[in-house]
Design a protein around this ligand. Sequence first.
Ligand code: ATP
Ligand code: MG
Length: 412
Amino acid sequence: MIMRMSKTFIKTLREAPKEETATNGALLTRAGFIHKEMAGVYDYLPFGMRVINNIEDIVRDELNKIGCEEMQFTALQNPELWEKTGRWSDQEVDIWFKTEVSSGGMVGLAPTHEEPITNMMKEYISSYKDLPLAIYQFQTKFRNEKRAKSGIMRGREFLMKDLYSFHTSQEDLDKFYDKVFQAYINVYERLGLGDVTFPCFASGGIFSKFSHEFQTLLPVGEDTIYYTKNKAIVLNKEVVIPEVLKEFGIKKSDLIEDTAAEVGNIFKLSTKFSLPLDLKYTDENNERREIYMGCYGIGISRLVGVLAEYFSDDKGLYWPEAVAPYKYYLIGIDDKGAKAAEKLYKGHEELMIMDDRDLRPGEKFADADLIGIPYRVIVSDKTLEKDSVEITDRKTGKSKLVSLKDFKKSCK
Ligand code: ATP
Ligand code: MG
C-alpha cells in the first residue's frame, strides 16, 4: 500500500478526544490508527489495519505450523443451536446482541463460535479417520459488555482468533493442547511481549481443573493475578483458594499481586459441547463414541491496545518491528533531500511511509514519533554530502549515519 503523508486521509491529532481516557485509545486515535464510533466500538484506519494484519500473520504462521486449518464462520447465529447448550438465554450468557429477522424469528451476533462449529462438524466428521482436526478463524465477535472503558482493550465489537480442536480421546486432546500452549508462547514472543506475558492458571469449568490464560503484565489491565517471585506459578485471582494453594504447595503470603490484561485463553472443553450437540465418531470397532474438544482464543484487537499501552512514551508509540505498520518513516529535507527521498521511496512502498507534506521538519519529526514507526530516515543536503541518510531508532532515540548504499541494501 502506498503511504504518502500528503495523500492519505489520516490526520494526526495534537490531543485525544476527552472521553478517550485509556492510553491505548488516546494514542491510537491521535496517531491515526483507529476512529471511535461509540463506546466500545472502533474503526480501524490504514495504520491500524496493518498492525492487525501483522499480528494475524504471526498467529496464522504459528497455527499452520501445528497443522491447523483456517476458515471463516458467519457472525449470525441460529438460536436453536444455542438453545441446545443452554447458552441462548440471557440469564446464562448476559452479553448477547440479539436481533429480529425480517421474515420472522431471531438471530444473535456471535460472541464466540463453539456451537456452530460443533454442529457443522457433524457433517464432516464420521469416523476416527477424520480425527484429529483443528480449525480456526479471525473473526469479529460481538459482546454487549457492561464496561467499555479500556479503549480497544475491551470492545463491544472486537477481533478474535478462535481455534477449535476435535479428538478421539482426552489423551489426544491433552497432547494437542500442549502444542497450542507452545504456539501461544511463540506468538507472544514474536509480538515483542514475551518478557511480560505469562501462562496463568484460571478456572477450568467442569471437565478440567484449570484452563490457561495468557496474561500480559499491565498496570491498566483488568485482571488481578498472583505469582511466585520467579513467576513459575501464575494464578488468576479466581483460583487463589485454599485447596489450589495446597495443590501447588504455596502459601498466599508467597504470592505477589499484580494487574494484567488477558491476551489469550486456552481451554479443554472435553465433551461439554459435543454431548449436547451430539457430535460423535465411529471407532475402529464400528462403535459410536464421543468427541473431545478444545477451544483456544487470542484477542487480536485487544493485543493492538496492549501493544500500544506497552510500547509508548511521552512522545507517542514505538512499535516493535514485527508488528509496525511500516519499518521506515522517510523525510526528505529541502529540495535536494525531497528529490533523493522520492528516489529511495520508489519500489519500497511496502516498507516505508514518505512524509512529503508541505510542513516544517519539526512537525514531521513529531508525527514520526507519535506514529511510532521503528526507524526515522532523514535525507538532507547534509546527509547527501556524505552519501548517507540519518537513521534514528524511535525507541532509543539514537541516530547514526548510514551510507545510501547500505540503506538501499536494507530495503531489499
Ligand atoms: P475477559 O475475561 O477479558 O472478559 P473472556 O475470558 O471472556 O475475556 P474469551 O471468551 O476467552 O474471553 O475470548 C478470547 C480472548 O478474546 C480473550 O483472551 C481476550 O484477549 C479477547 N477478548 C475477550 N473479550 C474481549 C472484548 N470485549 N474486547 C476485546 N477483546 C476481548
Ligand atoms: Mg477471561
